[in-house]
Write a protein that binds this ligand. Structure first.
Ligand code: MN
Length: 226
């Protein structure tokens, strides 16, 4: 499997940011394990949502300025950015000012995804990889806030690939809604952006979701020292 995380690592200084370095051993994926979906709300120089889909051991990533929508009448611009390590999906916290992406990161949604049309016999990743390369990803999201069929379609423009993220018309569509505005707190810790920025502790949740930043600090993978 080619390592596509070079750009991710080049942009960051892991002795200054608590973001994962992405050097964990690639997680083997059995056919039965579901592919991960993560959406992070990121207050960097411009507020945006990072939409991430697991494919071939990394997170394919798009910056969506207005966030995803469940309204099939709405097309959301999704600018493709560098692949992120799989473990990035659990990251929530503050990236120091002055560092790449400096600002607050909230885990806004999480779950899994699959091809919109179930594939009998074929591996889901083979189908998704082919659609990704063709620039026409038809996916079914199984997040806590985002559900149902979506398409990510690549526009033919020069430069870094720009895509549109559009909800398909199905039972999960919510015309007239703006889900990105409706949910203001972390799906993992219940914290608002302000509370994450201030380093407040996670709100108690039935699922036991805690503050990943603290766990990482004692996790033994202490980041690079220069
Ligand atoms: Mn971002």
């Amino acid at each position: 499997m080619p390592d596509t995380l070079g750009e991710y690592r080049r942009k960051r200084r892991f002795d200054r940011t608590k973001e994962p370095a992405g050097d964990a051993a690639a997680r083997p994926r059995t056919r039965r394990r579901r592919l991960k979906l993560y959406v992070q709300k990121h207050a960097a120089s411009h507020l945006h949502f990072d939409f991430r889909l697991e494919l071939d051991g990394v997170l394919k990533s798009w910056a969506v300025p207005k966030g995803p929508s469940l309204d099939p009448g709405v097309r959301r611009l999704a600018m493709e950015v560098e692949d992120h390590p799989l473990e990035y999906g659990r990251f929530e916290g503050a990236i120091p000012e002055g560092e790449y992406g400096g600002g607050t990161v909230m885990l806004w949604d999480r779950g899994s995804y699959r091809p919109e049309t179930p594939v009998r016999g074929a591996d889901a990743q083979d189908v998704l990889r082919e659609q990704y390369e063709r620039g026409d990803l038809k996916i079914f999201l199984q997040g806590e806030r985002l559900r149902g069929g979506f398409v990510l379609v690549r526009m033919k423009r020069p430069g870094r690939p720009q895509w549109l993220l559009i909800k398909h018309r199905d039972e999960f569509a919510e015309p007239g809604s703006d889900v990105a505005q409706a949910f203001k707190a972390s799906v993992k810790t219940g914290r608002t952006m302000k509370e994450i920025a201030a380093g407040k502790r996670a709100r108690a949740r039935a699922d036991g979701g805690g503050d990943g930043r603290k766990r990482r600090a004692t996790g033994g993978r202490g980041g690079r020292k220069t």
